[in-house]
Design a protein around this ligand. Structure first.
Ligand SMILES: Nc1ncnc2c1ncn2[C@@H]1O[C@H](COP(=O)(O)OP(=O)(O)O)[C@@H](O)[C@H]1O
Ligand SMILES: [Mg+2]
Length: 237
């Protein structure tokens, strides 16, 4: 595995097109998308519902193959990797902060993070300590023993971010991370994601239709109908 290098894109999409086939008709979800995102950057995909943001993320993380074009993660071309290698890459190097929180309801916040560390191949007695450190980093050390249904939406997002930071993921993918949050809580989550990029050198990709997030991004891509129609510097630079 190739380690993170500030000059090599963490994610590189070239000419990515995705067409879904339904009842014999083809629906283009993404058309000819190019994107390069680097360590230390927060890049924002801004576009209305249906513009292709989630599809782009599922392709970038290797869950879905593009119809055309190529995807490289950390310098590895995905089409050349077998499913086990891809799964390992995801477990060890990618953190997901999704709207459906992907937390296990029967486990506490700390146990959810412990589990991610085990998936990432980390063994030994230091696991719980690492989980607690990560919860401290995202500002909720006191909630380690709470189960997801005892947490607010914002707190759950923090647990998901802590989980990514615990494994020291190089790439954080956040799909509509502020969607179910109020203004203050949403701003706190996006500031936290931004600090993952600026203070910890992570590459952070955020999808949203919330224009307020522009101020926290280094790079903003506007998406419309499956295309990136514009790329500009964001307010964080
Ligand atoms: N599995 C799928 N099968 C068929 N069409 C899909 C599938 N996933 C997404 N789409 C279509 O692709 C387009 C982009 O969807 P999506 O990536 O979810 O957009 P966004 O996340 O920006 O709301 C939409 O028209 C959606 O209906
Ligand atoms: Mg979506």
């Amino acid at each position: 595995m190739i380690p993170a290098d500030p000059h090599r894109p963490t994610v590189l999409l070239r000419g990515v097109t995705k067409r879904f086939v339904s009842h014999g008709n083809e629906y283009p979800a993404l058309t000819d998308v190019d994107l390069a995102a680097y360590p230390g950057q927060l890049q924002l995909l801004l576009g209305p519902s249906g513009s292709g943001k989630t599809t782009l993320f599922t392709i970038a993380a290797g869950f879905v193959s593009p119809t055309a074009g190529s995807v490289a993660l950390f310098g590895n071309e995905l089409h050349g990797l077998g499913p086990r290698m891809l799964q390992r890459l995801r477990a060890m190097r990618i953190g997901f902060v999704f709207q459906t929180f992907l937390l296990i309801e029967a486990f506490t916040a700390a146990e959810n993070i412990d589990l991610q560390l085990r998936f990432a191949g980390i063994r030994g007695s230091g696991i719980r300590e690492r989980s607690l450190e990560a919860l401290d980093l995202v500002g909720i050390p006191q909630l380690a023993g709470k189960r997801p249904n005892e947490l607010s939406h914002g707190e759950r997002q923090r647990v998901a971010i802590a989980r990514s930071m615990a494994i020291d993921a190089d790439l954080l993918i956040a799909d509509e991370p502020t969607a179910s949050l109020g203004t203050e809580q949403g701003a706190a989550i996006i500031r936290l994601l931004h600090s993952c990029a600026t203070e910890h050198g992570k590459c952070v990709l955020v999808a949203s239709h919330d224009l307020r997030l522009r101020a926290f991004a280094d790079v903003i891509h506007t998406m419309e109908n499956g295309r990136i129609t514009g790329t500009e510097q964001g307010g964080a630079r």
